[in-house]
Design a protein around this ligand. Structure first.
Ligand SMILES: NC(=O)c1ccc[n+]([C@@H]2O[C@H](COP(=O)([O-])OP(=O)(O)OC[C@H]3O[C@@H](n4cnc5c(N)ncnc54)[C@H](O)[C@@H]3O)[C@@H](O)[C@H]2O)c1
Length: 438
């Protein structure tokens, strides 16, 4: 079954392409590659989904691709995503988010495709600031009956101040729903493959600042609160939605869902900075900034049997480490135990070798193979060492120590070239043997 993804090399799009590929869907991903970081995401996608049908295309050309490809479902993620850019260039923002979304939604309807759209909490505009708000040392919170419940889909979208981005996304949302699609009003999504900028993707932006030694500026007092949702929880929900639409198990066409981490996954700017040891400077408030936003996600929970599962602290740590590896260009083991995840490696051509050797060694060691995720190959010049306390370390090139736990993984800085797979086999062999014993 064919699924078409617009914005397929963006943050959400990249994670969705990989998740949908694992589900066995036939995919067409489209992106103009205008967003910083999309080239890297595309490299990652090529490694993860080797036969991906990727088209570099502007949003205006997407309807004609929909008419040609006739997918069963369209995920429409491509957008002008920054409030600040919408204020500077409202017409451009309108053309990408409103006008193009109209054409995409109509094309999807014409070919009988379902469509799922990512709208935004900004459609509620400054209405959110009219709720009673309480101020605490490090954060604001909703008072009254919104406290811990947040903003549901019934809150008025008729606000005095939306920002042009809020308007254009709302127009896109309304057309998608009008033509039979569904819309998700997303608050902050975060996770790997996110290249945040000052205008959008604030957790990721602050992580990049930290790892690149750049200052962080907070607009306002930093007590602004958002609910955050890890991208794995996003992909999980969006795939459930696709299956519901395609399976026609419930009539959800035209519906809208608030999508975020909910009250349990809220954090303020100040709290995040403290967690990461960032000392920000402060400037004036941005127009129409929401002091508090968190969603009431009970509708999505009820309809799709879904709820956020990624622990917020784990997710934040993962983003921090992923960003570090992205900045350093170094290999990164994110998880160990039964899930070895190696990201951001150096030579993509070696990835299949790594996979093959790894699986062979796992079989030899007569153990269930841990899931291995690589984004690209590496030079594989590495050695296994056993520390005095009996733990093993694998050393990979071009990085500092990258994992510590039951199993430690270290990297060194051996530079380019040198030995390749043979040496790495030895390291993996020792590692697999040791793992079997434990
Ligand atoms: N990330 C969030 O926290 C968040 C919150 C609310 C809503 N959203 C919405 O979710 C969607 C995905 O967001 P994201 O974080 O992945 O953003 P992103 O910027 O990473 O992805 C959007 C992609 O669209 C592409 N694109 C932009 N303009 C285009 C054009 N004219 N033609 C073709 N492609 C174009 C970009 O290159 C980019 O890869 C967007 O619609 C955004 O408005 C995101």
């Amino acid at each position: 079954m064919k699924i078409l993804i617009t914005g397929g090399a963006g943050f959400v799009g990249t994670n969705m392409v990989v998740a949908l590929h694992k589900e066995g869907f036939d995919l067409v991903a489209i992106d103009s590659l205008s967003r910083h970081g999309t080239e890297k995401n595309l490299d990652y996608l090529k490694a993860q989904v080797p036969n991906l049908d990727f088209r570099r295309s502007e949003i205006e050309d997407i309807p004609s691709i929909i008419y040609r490809e006739r997918p069963a479902l369209v995920y429409h993620f491509a957008a002008q995503v920054a409030v600040t850019s919408s204020l500077a260039s409202p017409l451009r923002d309108f053309k990408i988010n409103a006008e193009a979304s109209f054409h995409i939604a109509r094309a999807a309807a014409d070919v009988g495709a379902e469509i799922i759209y990512t709208s935004t909490n900004k459609v509620f505009g400054d209405n959110v600031n009219k709720f009673p708000i309480e101020e605490f040392e490090t954060r604001y919170d909703f008072g009254g009956d919104r406290n811990q419940r947040g903003v549901d889909e019934g809150v008025s979208i008729d606000a005095n101040h939306h920002t042009p981005y809020g308007v254009s996304k709302l127009v896109g949302e309304l057309y998608v729903r009008e033509f039979g699609g569904i819309a998700n009003r997303c608050s902050c999504m975060y996770g790997p493959n996110q290249f945040g900028i000052v205008d959008q993707g604030w957790l990721s932006h602050i992580a990049f600042n930290k790892h690149m030694g750049r200052p962080t500026v907070i607009y306002g007092n930093g007590k602004q609160v958002r609910d955050i949702l890890h991208v794995n929880d996003v992909t999980n929900l969006f795939i459930r939605q696709a299956k519901t639409l395609l399976g026609k198990s419930k009539d959800i066409r035209g519906e809208v869902y608030n999508v975020g981490g909910g009250f349990e996954n809220t954090i303020s700017l100040l709290e995040l900075c403290k967690m990461w040891g960032v000392e920000p400077t402060f400037e004036g408030w941005r127009p129409a900034d929401q002091k508090v936003f968190y969603c009431d996600i009970s509708k999505a929970k009820e309809v799709f049997g879904w709820e956020p599962r990624v622990d917020m602290q784990d997710g934040i740590n993962e983003l921090f480490e992923w960003t570090r590896s992205s900045v350093n260009g170094s290999p990164k083991v994110l998880k160990a135990n039964n899930e070895l995840e190696v990201r951001n490696l150096i030579d993509p051509s070696l990835e299949s070798n790594f996979q093959a050797v790894y699986e062979k060694l796992s079989r030899q060691a007569n153990r269930k193979s841990p899931r291995l995720v690589t984004t690209a190959g590496t030079h594989f010049e590495a050695s296994a060492e056993t520390a005095q306390d009996g733990r093993s370390f694998i050393q990979l090139p071009h990085s500092n120590r990258i994992y510590e736990g039951d199993w430690g993984y270290q990297t060194n800085s051996m530079g380019e070239g040198g030995q390749r797979i043979g040496q790495y086999s030895k390291a993996l062999d020792e590692w697999a043997t040791h793992t079997t014993k434990s």
